[in-house]
Design a protein around this ligand. Structure first.
Ligand code: DX5
Ligand code: ZN
Length: 214
């Protein structure tokens, strides 16, 4: 089943509560929360306090995408804040297996993220430890960037690995998704679609969520 995960990076930060309530009413499946530290990526967004604030406005799963160095340092803080899924970057973490387990030990879903140019070979040793794989289709740091088509091959590759493993692992794609390319990423095997700019710049975000779902 396709899931749409609007990214609140493109929302009005001064009216976040209402934005999240509207997304829930408009049929979003997850709320995608982009945490950036100004080190792993050249931008700074928000931390656990925003997740806790958003938590009070929705029952939807909070899909927390950590774009931070050494994410293991912050698992407990984000779990305490109310994250339902925590994903972190393979490039930012030395002990991936340990960190995935630490997330699961908090009773929430654990996901691993790969930048567009990062190979996914390590996944074959981790299929029993991940609940989600997130493939970046832009270089992380900013909303509203252009989709990188070379990532499609990786989506198909990971989709095949997931099927072969037999585990119920979600395959999420993030960056530059719009009405022109969503069919291609779905055909390649992605099932969770992050959309920031496409949803928030639409004159009717509710209608856009429905159109993206197809
Ligand atoms: C990029 C973020 C994405 C991004 C998605 O660093 O991880 O979630 O904001 O936004 P759009 O859909 O605008 O590319
Ligand atoms: Zn993201």
């Amino acid at each position: 089943m396709i899931k749409i995960a609007p990214s609140i990076l493109s929302a009005d930060f001064a009216a976040m509560g209402e934005a999240v309530e509207r997304l829930e009413k408009n049929g979003a499946d997850y709320i995608h929360c982009d945490v950036m530290d100004g080190m792993f990526v050249p931008n700074i967004t928000f931390g656990p306090a925003m997740i806790a604030a958003v938590r009070k406005h929705t029952k939807l799963p909070l899909d927390v995408h950590l774009m931070i160095h050494q994410p293991e340092r912050y698992i407990d803080l984000f779990a305490d804040a109310g994250a339902d899924i925590i994903t972190f970057h393979a490039e930012a973490c030395t002990h991936i297996h340990r960190t995935l387990n630490a997330i699961r030990q908090r009773g929430i879903k654990a996901g691993l993220v790969f930048n567009p140019a990062t190979p996914v070979d390590c996944l074959k040793y981790l299929m029993d430890s991940v609940d989600m794989v997130l493939l970046m289709s832009v270089n992380p740091g900013f909303g509203g960037q252009k989709f990188i088509p070379a990532v499609l091959d990786k989506v198909a590759l990971v989709s095949g690995m997931i099927k072969e493993s037999g585990y119920a692992i979600e395959l999420e794609i993030d960056g530059g998704i719009n009405l022109d390319n969503i069919d291609t990423v779905l055909a390649a095997g992605a099932n969770v679609i992050v959309a920031g700019n496409t949803v928030f710049s639409a004159s009717d975000p509710a209608a856009m969520i429905i159109r993206l779902r197809g």
